[in-house]
Ligand binder design. Structure first.
Ligand code: DMJ
Length: 569
């Protein structure tokens, strides 16, 4: 029987059945449209490591008690002397920066006390005498308050967010709408001029906080302002001497002038560390927050990430390089119009965040190869921790690039290392650092450790994205080294040098113990609470706590909720 003979009703029923079947197949294989999944699909709950978590919490409390007792409401505690410091206009930076960590670590009483104190801060007070650091105030104060609000839903925080947000927003009340990065701001009517020079990170990492402020208040003025700023970044991305990258210094005042392209020509140095870092991180994270409505972040990331891989990342000659499989971010220079790019193979602790950034970007932008790049950058930082005399990576570290003469020759070669590390440029007054330091550490210009989070941040992201316990093991080693060397009478102290350790007699529970320790210095930045200890705690927690699929962390590790429309417009 031909289909022509089939009665029309039967034909329609058959057609509908086929359609329904095809739809079912499509639904089963493709599923409904789900948001991008960043975290590994953990098979079960109960993956916390409570003993390790408690150890982290104990250390947090040790430093927090020091702050409560000796520096309450100051910007920072001096962990050796028990003194306090004024750093960011005296609005209690440590207090505000730590708020959401207190919630995450389950320190409820401490959080209540800290929040009540925070609500008494008058952000307008003392501002007349203080140059407001726009970047630091945005990421620490505004970010800290925002995360406390997103996590606690405490309505009392909202007016404070607006009070501070409005003041910081007034930094954009300039003739060309570009911000002043270090200005005296007042809540109302501030007249300011945009900065002549600004570090890339200082104006490139304001998006998340102001955009989220619009989402939670329903007032889109903050988001409009940072949208305009992002457009300037997008327009200028190919103006620099390495198109696709922005140099370490920018010229906000030049935007829209006759030589607007000079905005991105203030410097010819490019990196992922100090001055630049979070500007690239925010391309990825801004896309997470608003990417469905603004494609500009994806476009900028595509261009930038290609050039980062091409010009900034390098392989280094380190023992066991092939097994370690590490990549390091360096610093590139190229003058305008030149075809020659110089790479300084000095890597920074600050740039270690790039491991997590590339790994997350690989999922968000569906670019699987970038996951490996992220993993390799993280491997490099872990290598530097594991091989330094203190078990902690120094602030900066110069490495010998693998020889490119015969392909990429990364096999360790003692004699090659000997010759290279004794070259005059690697020595001072005839004294070569590499003779004191472990193989692979060519020069250490800044051997300090400032309690920074970037390496553990990337280790944390790798764990959450892979579920591979290896990352928790290396993270635990890092934690132990850091605590061993930094624990001090009132908190945890930054280190003068990670590369030199000395025998010291200390007392523990009344007994004298001889330890080999690094020298400390009397400083403890607020990011110790906001970031470093939080990342350690989250590494050992169940992965559902601050899931990377539900939260986006600002560059100070403050989580902002990703649920669209919940309180926003
Ligand atoms: C923090 O304030 C932030 O992570 C910032 O992006 C870079 N520097 C410090 C931590 O090292």
């Amino acid at each position: 029987m031909s289909w022509r003979n089939v009665p029309p009703r039967k034909l329609i029923t058959a057609t509908l059945s086929v359609c329904a079947f095809l739809f079912l197949i499509h639904f089963v294989t493709q599923g409904p449209r789900t948001p991008t999944q960043i975290q590994h699909k953990f098979a079960s709950r109960g993956l916390a490591q409570p003993e390790r978590q408690n150890t982290v919490k104990r250390e947090f409390l040790h430093a927090w008690t020091g702050y409560q007792d000796h520096a309450w409401m100051a910007d920072g505690l001096l962990p050796l002397s028990g003194g306090k410091k004024h750093q960011f206009c005296g609005w209690s930076a440590t207090l505000v920066d730590a708020l959401d960590s207190l919630i995450i670590l389950g320190l409820d009483e401490e959080f209540d006390e800290a929040l009540n104190a925070t609500l008494t801060i008058d952000f307008a007070e003392s501002v007349e005498n203080c140059d407001v650091n726009l970047f630091e105030s945005t990421i620490r104060y505004l970010g800290g308050l925002m995360a406390a609000y997103d996590l606690s839903n405490d309505a009392r925080i909202l007016p404070k967010l607006i009070e501070l947000g409005d003041m910081l927003h007034s930094a954009f009340d300039t003739p060309n709408g570009m911000p002043c990065t270090m200005c005296k701001l007042a809540t109302k009517g501030a007249v300011v001029e945009s900065s002549e020079n600004a570090a890339l990170a200082d104006i490139g990492s304001l998006y998340l906080e102001f955009a989220r402020l619009s989402q939670v208040t329903g007032d889109d003025k903050y988001m409009r302002t940072v949208d305009r700023l992002s457009d300037v970044f997008a327009r200028s991305q190919n103006d620099s001497s390495i198109p696709g990258l922005w140099p370490e210094n920018l010229g906000p005042r030049l935007v829209d002038g006759p030589q607007g392209y000079d905005f991105a020509r203030k410097s010819s140095r490019y990196g992922l560390g100090a001055m630049s870092d979070s500007a690239y991180e925010y391309l990825v994270k801004a896309h997470l927050l608003v990417g469905e409505t603004r494609s500009v972040y994806r476009t900028m990331w595509d261009l930038a990430s290609r050039q980062i891989k091409r010009y900034l990342l390098f392989r280094a000659l380190i023992p066991g390089a092939n097994e370690t499989d590490a990549l390091f971010p360096g610093i590139a220079s190229r003058s305008l119009g030149s075809a020659q790019t110089l790479l300084e193979t000095r890597t920074e602790h600050l740039a270690c965040f790039a491991g997590g950034m590339f790994a997350m970007a690989s999922r968000i932008f569906n670019n699987p190869d970038d996951f490996e790049v992220g993993e390799q950058i993280t491997n490099g930082c872990v290598w530097a921790y594991q091989n330094s005399p203190s078990g902690i990576m120094p602030e900066t570290l110069t490495l010998l690039p693998c020889s490119v003469n015969d392909g990429l020759q990364c096999d360790w070669d003692d004699s090659y290392w000997g010759v290279q590390s004794n070259r005059p440029e690697n020595c001072m007054n005839g004294y070569c650092q590499s003779s004191r330091y472990p193989p692979g550490f060519l020069q250490v210009k800044d051997p300090s450790y400032k309690l920074r989070p970037e390496a553990i941040e990337s280790v944390f992201v790798m764990w959450r994205m892979t579920g591979d316990e290896y990352w928790r093991e290396v993270g635990w080693e890092m934690f132990q080294s850091i605590i061993e060397h930094t624990r001090s009478p009132f908190g945890h102290a930054a280190l003068l040098s990670t590369m030199e350790v000395y025998q010291r007699d200390t007392y523990e529970r009344g007994l004298m113990v001889r330890k080999v320790l690094a020298r400390q210095t009397d400083d403890m930045e607020s990011f110790w609470f906001a970031e470093t200890l939080k990342y350690f705690y989250l590494l050992f927690s169940d992965p559902s706590l601050i899931s990377l699929d539900e939260w986006v962390l600002n560059t100070e590790a403050h989580p902002f909720r990703l649920t669209r429309g919940i309180r926003g417009f």
